[in-house]
Design a protein around this ligand. Structure first.
Ligand SMILES: C[S@@+](CC[C@H](N)C(=O)[O-])C[C@H]1O[C@@H](n2cnc3c(N)ncnc32)[C@H](O)[C@@H]1O
Length: 211
């Protein structure tokens, strides 16, 4: 079994503060894409949320009262330290429309509760963190989590897979192929400036789940 499938591998990185992917803020591409209007009353999953920068930013775009149907953000990560950090930030800032779960995101598919649950799934350096042999499983998971017409909003890490990983690179063609059958590419993959220190490129794209 690949080391990246185990939470310990990632947990040790957080404990050693060896987290070169973490820029300390939300990715500028998500800041550009999301606004209060497109997030109104939506449910958003952030897979492999790390220290939650993207998740907290998205949750901050809430409009109106906190109630059952308002914007709700769910961060999932299997690193204990990362989730503990997120929960502390949530408590300190009294954020009411965000929750964090310490879980292997591949297990979400076992819970009926999450089927067709989300309007958006956020992908940011998680696809490149998993064993490349599990990419189809990851695409199926996203399909399971999203409502019909729900959107995968992703920043994909592009570089030759031969360079190894993590982060394991992909090509634009591979990303398109991965989602082609079950999703419509509604915002074509485009290059985005990469603020973290990984050597590679980032591409932003939006894929809408077909009905
Ligand atoms: C490269 S980091 C990216 C973190 C975050 N998205 C960011 O950009 O700061 C990958 C994250 O995915 C988490 N992760 C990897 N595989 C996972 C899995 N199967 N289930 C849950 N979390 C996972 C790791 O613990 C780590 O926090």
């Amino acid at each position: 079994m690949s080391k990246v499938n185990k939470s310990n591998f990632w947990e040790e990185r957080y404990i050693a503060n060896n987290t070169p992917w973490d820029t300390g803020e939300a990715a500028p591409a998500f800041v550009k894409y999301f606004d209060k209007k497109n997030l109104l009353n939506k449910k958003v999953a952030v897979l492999g949320c790390g220290k939650g920068h993207d998740a907290f930013y998205i949750a901050s775009l809430k409009e109106g009262e906190i109630n059952e149907s308002c914007l709700q953000v769910y961060g999932f990560d299997f690193s204990h330290s990362a989730v503990k950090f997120c929960k502390e930030v949530k408590e300190n800032n009294n954020n009411k429309n965000i929750d964090f779960y310490q879980a292997d995101f591949f297990d979400l598919i076992k819970e009926l509760k999450w089927k067709n649950y989300f309007d958006f799934v956020i992908e940011h350096t998680s696809l490149c963190a998993i064993d490349p042999l599990r990419r189809k499983e990851y695409a199926n998971l996203i399909k399971y989590l999203l409502k019909p017409n729900g959107k995968l909003v992703g920043l994909f890490f592009i570089r030759p897979i031969e360079l190894g990983g993590p982060p394991f690179g992909s090509t634009q063609e591979e990303i398109k192929e991965l989602f082609k059958n079950d999703f419509l590419e509604t915002e074509e993959l485009r290059h985005e400036k990469c603020p973290h220190t990984f050597t590679g490129e980032e591409y932003f794209g939006v894929f809408e789940k077909r009905i």
